[in-house]
Design a protein around this ligand. Structure first.
Ligand code: DAS
Length: 340
């Protein structure tokens, strides 16, 4: 097994000279692993200090490079990989790895909310649990997972929901796919991996994608500046099931004729509707004007997918198909009424 460290709270300590300066990422994968002797009983490990940063400074090119390293390890026979990093962006990085690593072998991302200088740091327990999951045969074929606070979450659904609680990671739409009890991972249900969708992204070449959120009373004037600002696409986190004020529709239609515009929901749970509401600015209206439905992907995850698709040269049809493929990875029971 290989553990890649990228920084974050799990790796953050003070410089030892003064408590006034706050903690910063200093510990590498080897130090993190050595602090948890129980890990040796689970797996033989290679420890790689890949980046040393706050997770908001990570970039998609960093993740493309990490995915290439992970893929190389799997080709060399490594069974599973653990990535430690800052929690602030785990919901995006884990989904990027889900898309970029085409393998059935487990990739597990974890971190910590309490740094090692505090009472009850959660990093060691999270790291041990992540290694236990990455070593488990039951984790094969599940795609990238986030293991935190003794829960196992699918990267497609998980979000950071609290600024300081160790129970910050939640998957509002589906719940955790499993948990860890007495060191044993229990997988309660299986989501098929996304590994069938091939993405070939050159390191360093990721077109910029804007993310905007609808808000009550906002005139959404930024929509009109997206193309001129050099963005290659837009993800719009709309109200509820995918709704915007009626007066925003012309600007969105105009933009969607030039760039991929993806319609997500700002709610953080469920999926964007397709065929319920008919008012101006409703999901039916917007989809009929060329916007691409994000499905169950929230705005941040939709932005990661759109960025990777544009970086791998997909056109609008290719973008549409890929959003459908990712959503179809979780099958919808066939409950639609028969056509008359
Ligand atoms: N919020 C910190 C963390 O939880 C910092 C970061 O994300 O790098 O790790």
């Amino acid at each position: 097994m290989t553990v890649f460290s990228l920084g974050g709270t799990i790796a953050s300590t003070s410089d030892g000279r003064s408590a006034a300066g706050g903690v910063t990422p200093r510990l590498g994968a080897r130090e993190l692993v050595e602090a948890v002797p129980q890990i040796q009983e689970v797996a033989e490990l290679e420890a790689v200090a890949f980046r040393q940063t706050a997770s908001g400074d990570l970039t998609l090119p960093d993740l493309v490079a990490l995915a290439a390293e992970i893929t190389r390890r799997f080709e060399q026979g490594v069974h599973g990989v653990v990535v430690t990093q800052g929690t602030d962006t785990i919901e995006e990085t884990s989904f990027a790895l889900d898309l970029l690593v085409a393998s059935d072998r487990p990739v597990v991302v974890t971190g910590a909310m309490r740094n090692p200088t505090l009472a009850g740091p959660d990093g060691p327990a999270n790291l041990l649990a992540a290694v236990q999951v990455a070593a488990a045969p039951s984790a094969v074929g599940l795609g990238t997972l986030v293991v935190f606070n003794d829960e196992v979450h699918a990267a497609r659904f998980v979000r950071k929901t609290h600024t300081s609680s160790p129970a910050t990671f939640r998957s509002v739409t589906v719940g955790p796919v499993g948990w860890i009890v007495e060191g044993r991972p229990r997988i309660a249900f299986r989501l098929p991996a996304l590994a069938g969708v091939p993405y070939r992204v050159a390191e360093g070449a990721v077109p910029p994608v804007a993310l905007l959120t609808s808000a009550l009373g906002d005139d959404s004037r930024l929509v009109g500046h997206v193309a001129a600002s050099g963005y290659s696409g837009l993800v719009l986190e709309a109200f509820g099931g995918g709704h915007v004020p009626a007066h925003v529709v012309p600007a969105l239609e105009e933009l969607a004729a030039r760039l991929p515009v993806v319609l997500a929901s700002r709610t953080g749970g469920g999926e964007v509707l397709r065929q319920t509401y008919g008012f101006p600015g409703s999901e039916r209206d917007l989809l009929s004007r060329g916007l691409v439905p994000a499905g169950f992907l929230d705005g941040r995850k939709a932005r990661i997918l759109l960025s990777i698709l544009l970086a791998s040269g997909r056109d609008l049809d290719g973008v549409r198909t890929a959003f459908d493929e990712v959503n179809d990875s979780v099958s919808l029971p066939d409950t639609a009424p028969a056509a008359r």
